[in-house]
Ligand binder design. Structure first.
Ligand code: NAD
Ligand code: 89V
Length: 342
């Protein structure tokens, strides 16, 4: 049994803890939060007795295989470097780091310490998105040449995550990072990107709409579009929708988790709805299932010694896209070569 501790007992960490209870071969034995009230409430909810308000004290006192960092971004670098210096394997929430230099230092710290470092970049672990990738891998639409990865909503994300309304950066850094990672997952790494952003909601500080065009190294052109300002007749939060055209057919993942694959052999219309896990709640269930999937992947990687799909090193590519998108938007949607971030 791999013993872990969770740092940060806030909003999203509750999903981590529910999912860890379902992952074979892992157990969360200690919790840390510098907010004692949150710490104690969470400890009671999950029946975890060993609690700390200081991560260093916890790492010194506990015999742990791994730490799961579910704090907000500004604390990721110190907590990752601390955990690596104590020889613990690490899962760290997205955004992995506030900037690429920090992220590179975190990857180096883990590599020097010989510990596994995975970014909790969970969107690509949603079963509907994996079902789409399986169709591409099977060759159901031939060679993809164009794609759209789209997330448009007016869901009130600020209620549970108030920092999203006040942070200097919003939709690309918080949500676009997932959607850009899904574009990489489906179409591979990126040669150039351009972006435009805007703030529609006057009550928040940063951009809540972003449209990006990516030219992938393998030849696909994709559009990644994100909005938290789109009042639709049906609220699709938190579904990521896909349109993919290939040399032999097309794939569409539409609202309601409906996947349609069309090619010379006909049209197949499939319901790829995620399961609603026992502890999950609509509309978050697809995200909640992906938390379980990524945690299970982390433990499988620890057991096999394989690098996680969303390792710290892999995530440098996603984070570079975030930086490039902001740079492009600030420079009149200039096309940015990803080589600028090498
Ligand atoms: P939150 O503010 O609700 O919780 C963060 C908690 O961390 C707080 O309780 C805070 O007291 C604690 N904390 C901060 N620094 C600490 C430190 N040094 N030591 C101990 N405790 C510390 O935040 P949240 O909304 O739960 O978001 C946490 C992270 O999860 C963010 O990076 C966010 O982007 C990410 N998130 C991811 C998803 C997803 O689907 N992957 C969804 C929501 C949030
Ligand atoms: O995944 C996230 O980071 C969340 C949400 C899906 C609400 O944007 O902030």
């Amino acid at each position: 049994m791999r013993k872990g501790a969770l740092i940060g007992c806030g909003f999203f960490a509750q999903n981590h803890l529910h999912a860890w209870r379902d992952v074979d071969g892992a157990e969360i034995v200690a919790l840390c939060d510098r907010d004692r009230t949150r710490l104690e409430e969470t400890a009671r909810r999950f029946g975890i007795e060993r609690v700390y308000t200081d991560a260093d004290a916890m790492l010194a006192a506990e015999d742990l295989d791994f730490v799961d960092i579910a704090t907000t971004v500004e604390t990721h670098r110190p907590l990752v470097e601390l955990s690596a210096s104590r020889g613990r394997h690490i899962v760290c929430q997205k955004p992995f780091a506030a900037n690429l230099d920090d992220a590179r230092s975190m990857v180096s710290a883990a590599e020097r310490a010989g510990v596994m470092l995975m970014v909790h970049e969970n969107f690509r672990w949603q079963s509907a998105l994996r079902a789409a990738r399986t169709e591409i891998d099977k060759g159901a639409i031939g060679t993809p040449f164009w794609g759209r990865v789209s997330f448009r909503s007016a869901y009130d994300v600020y209620k549970a995550q108030p920092y999203l309304a006040t942070d200097e950066r919003f939709i690309i850094q918080d949500l676009g990072i997932h959607i850009l990672d899904v574009a990489r997952f489906l179409f591979g790494d990126v040669a150039t990107i351009c972006a435009s952003t805007r703030r529609v909601n006057p009550r928040i500080r940063a951009e809540d709409v972003a449209t990006m065009m990516l030219v992938h190294r393998g030849g696909v052109t994709s559009v990644v579009d994100c909005s938290y300002a789109s009042e639709l007749p049906r609220e699709n939060f938190p579904e990521t929708l896909l349109e993919i055209d290939g040399s032999e057919g097309t794939l569409r993942l539409s609202a309601g988790y409906r996947m349609v694959v069309h090619n010379g052999g006909g049209t197949v219309d499939k319901d790829v709805s995620p399961p609603v896990l026992a502890w999950a709640e609509r509309p978050w269930h697809g995200i909640q299932e992906s938390v379980f999937n990524i945690e299970r992947h982390f433990i499988e990687c620890l057991e096999s010694g394989r690098a996680p799909e969303t390792s710290g090193r892999d995530n440098l590519e996603t984070l570079a896209l975030v930086e490039a998108a902001y740079r492009s938007a600030a420079e009149g949607s200039r096309s940015i070569a990803m080589a600028e971030f090498a």
